[in-house]
Design a protein around this ligand. Structure first.
Ligand SMILES: NC(=O)c1ccc[n+]([C@@H]2O[C@H](COP(=O)([O-])OP(=O)(O)OC[C@H]3O[C@@H](n4cnc5c(N)ncnc54)[C@H](O)[C@@H]3O)[C@@H](O)[C@H]2O)c1
Length: 308
């Protein structure tokens, strides 16, 4: 059934891909975004766009009061781990207090479901259990991870006390078209952008650090399933495959059909060595498994980067 849906962060990488899909499915979609990293050109023309900061109490309250949202996808966030380390209070301000503003207004205005986009890459810390399940104790190693976890706890509290329905998706390392390449963006976005521009890439450390790279189209598929699921709690969204950075470089070279210029730089201090998420719960509850694997996903990303 067509719903009235709010997407916070809907001008960003994942948010704008999600908005396009929701509109394709016939939903009516509104977006709140302050365009701090998102781009107006990514905004679907069929959305009602509200340029606002999620921390703005008055503006956000007015938007909720004037729209009868059935569901909210909350993606707007400070996403740069390094900024969160330099300025934990700023990260708290956006990712906890901004989130609470969205949550409070959702509760007050009868929103039936809030889907929160959290992180699987930054919430578990360095754990020996790989692929990591949702049952592993979360010990985040950055203010960003701590604040994502804090907001998850608020969601659980609002469900227990007020009956506010929610579902949290803990995403692995997402990549694909429209990924922001400034700041500490995803490594795939930086590498593909440099490769397409024929610029040298720098691999930090030995390149054998691993991540779980999940394609943005698969993340959107998980979001659509989350909207319909009768479940409250946390669900990992990742491929379950550990891929090292040298394999990513190899996939880019294969897609481009040429070797790319590369050099090795010093390892980043405190960087997590390995990361990979188990998606057993996603399969069981959402019927979700990934469709697009690295080689195909990189090819799609390169095609987009070449034509943008
Ligand atoms: N990209 C990944 O690998 C990844 C992994 C795990 C979780 N996530 C989460 O997914 C969500 C979307 O991230 P993304 O990768 O699309 O990044 P993004 O930077 O492209 O999207 C974030 C969006 O939020 C907006 N925004 C930021 N602060 C805001 C504020 N105070 N008020 C209103 N809008 C604001 C930005 O302008 C942008 O459009 C975030 O919550 C992020 O933490 C991303």
């Amino acid at each position: 059934m067509a719903k009235r849906i709010l997407v916070t962060g809907g001008a960003g990488f994942i948010g704008s891909n999600l908005v396009d899909s929701l509109i394709d499915k016939g939903h009516s979609v509104a977006v709140i975004d302050d365009l701090s990293t998102g781009l107006r050109e990514y905004l679907n023309k069929k959305t009602d766009f509200f340029e606002a900061d999620i921390r703005d109490r008055q503006k956000v309250a007015e938007i909720f009061e004037r729209n009868n949202f059935d569901a909210v996808f909350h993606l707007a966030a400070q996403i740069d781990v390094r900024i969160s380390v330099k300025d934990p209070a700023l990260d708290n301000d956006i990712n906890v207090l901004g989130g609470l503003n969205i949550l409070e207004n959702s509760r007050k205005n009868g929103v039936k479901k809030l889907v929160f986009i959290s992180t699987g890459g930054a919430i578990y810390g360095d754990t020996a259990e790989l692929p990591t399940t949702e049952r592993v104790r979360e010990l985040p190693l950055s203010p960003y991870g701590i604040h994502k976890l804090t907001f998850e706890k608020y969601l659980n509290y609002y469900k227990e006390v007020y009956g506010q329905e929610y579902l949290t998706l803990r995403l692995a390392n997402v990549y694909g078209p429209r990924q922001y390449k400034g700041g500490e963006a995803g490594v795939v976005a930086i590498f593909t952008d440099h490769a397409v521009e024929d610029q040298e890439i720098t691999i930090n450390g030995d390149g054998l650090q691993t991540r779980d790279f999940v394609y943005v189209g698969d993340v959107v598929k998980a979001c659509l399933a989350a909207l319909e699921a009768d479940y409250a709690g946390e669900i990992n969204i990742g491929t379950g495959i550990e891929t090292d950075l040298l394999e990513v470089v190899g996939a880019i070279e294969k897609a481009l059909g040429k070797e790319i210029k590369k050099k090795f730089g010093p390892a980043k201090e405190g960087e997590q060595r390995r990361s990979c998420l188990d998606h057993g719960r996603a399969k069981e509850i959402l019927g979700w498994t990934p469709d697009v694997f690295l080689e195909e996903g990189i090819k799609k990303t390169i095609d987009w980067a070449k034509n943008k």
